[in-house]
Design a protein. Structure first.
Length: 95
């Protein structure tokens, strides 16, 4: 299952706290509609019916069932530079 680095956890928690969403909200990872092999990350109030929920380091991620197999051996990491955050997947084979 997808793991969450401490930096990514911090970034997700900060994004949820800065939004109008409830504290139980999380980040959704789904396939980007415009690019094969790319992902879309967005805040969501709750998991969808066909989403796996990953909770780690105080952060919650909702993983779409379509991309879950591609991410099962990955770790979501984040590079934080001021108010800019770049998320990356590390480990395992590239999707």
């Amino acid at each position: 299952m997808l793991a969450i680095s401490p930096a990514a956890s911090e970034a997700i928690q900060d994004h949820v706290a800065a939004s109008d969403l409830p504290p139980s909200a999380g980040m959704r990872i789904s396939r980007h509609p415009q690019g094969q092999g790319t992902f879309e990350l967005s805040l969501a109030p709750e998991a969808g019916e066909a989403e796996a929920v990953v909770e780690e380091e105080g952060a919650t991620i909702f993983v779409d069932e379509e991309v879950a197999p591609l991410l099962e051996d990955k770790t979501l990491d984040a590079q934080i530079h001021g108010d800019q955050v770049t998320f990356t997947f590390v480990g395992g084979a590239s999707p």
